[in-house]
Write a protein that binds this ligand. Sequence first.
Ligand SMILES: NC(=O)c1ccc[n+]([C@@H]2O[C@H](COP(=O)([O-])OP(=O)(O)OC[C@H]3O[C@@H](n4cnc5c(N)ncnc54)[C@H](O)[C@@H]3O)[C@@H](O)[C@H]2O)c1
Length: 261
Amino acid sequence: MAVGEFLTRLFGLEGQTAVVIGGAGELGFALCSGLSQAGAHVVIADVNLQACQKRVRQIEEAGGRASPAEVDITSRASLESLLAEALKVSGRVEMLVNSAGINAGSPFLDVDPDFWDKIFAVNLKGMMEACQVFIAHMKEAGGGSILNIGSVNSHLPLSRVFAYAASKAGVVNLTKNIAQEFAASGIRCNAICPGFFPAEQNRKLLDAERVENIMRGTPMHRYGEPHELVGAALLLLSPQAGSYITGADYYVDGGFTCSWF
Ligand SMILES: NC(=O)c1ccc[n+]([C@@H]2O[C@H](COP(=O)([O-])OP(=O)(O)OC[C@H]3O[C@@H](n4cnc5c(N)ncnc54)[C@H](O)[C@@H]3O)[C@@H](O)[C@H]2O)c1
């Protein structure tokens, strides 16, 4: 078998539909691009519709297929509409990626309980509801694959991001719990836990002291590039390459979670 054919059989997503919530963001869009290049039609869903439309044009210019959809992951009705919209593509959604996320930092005694709720509403409760809505469809359709975006905070609580870190610990726990409940229904659920990839939601937190600590704690001594998440995402989402992988929390972090200095 030729190399191209072998890789296509393992990772090809031709004819499949992927919904990426938070798809207009920096990491979410890198995942949209990768899924599209592997052949999937990608529904780029985000609270920011204009950004989705811009991202769709980028995918189309690169020869891929995508459509924009406005969604607020904190609203059940909005998630139900997103599923209905995505089903218009081919009547089936094989993949869901949960990449919406927000962050804010402060010392513990200054943590605003209302903001804590807001972070949990997007990062964890919203993810849980998105999983409920799409799993109901996937179960009826005979299977599917979900990829949730955690963080190195899922494993290690980083200082000054209490709500974010706790929500991301919840993401891995939720992922594993969903994996065990729906394995028999042909639904796999995995998480990617990225290290440090400067983006809109975390750039303001990266002061000089934090950057120095991050670089010291990352054995590769550099930030990640969004496209470096794509290989792991295709492995976990692909029904061929990832067929026996569920409940995994896969760290793409330049070695951050294995270092101790
Ligand atoms: N960038 C990093 O270093 C890093 C590291 C670890 C984990 N993560 C996680 O990766 C994911 C993507 O983050 P990013 O770095 O690309 O940030 P980003 O800010 O570029 O993207 C986040 C996206 O989520 C969208 N969003 C926010 N609230 C929403 C809502 N209520 N409904 C729907 N969409 C909403 C935003 O509009 C944005 O497009 C997040 O879950 C984040 O926590 C990022």
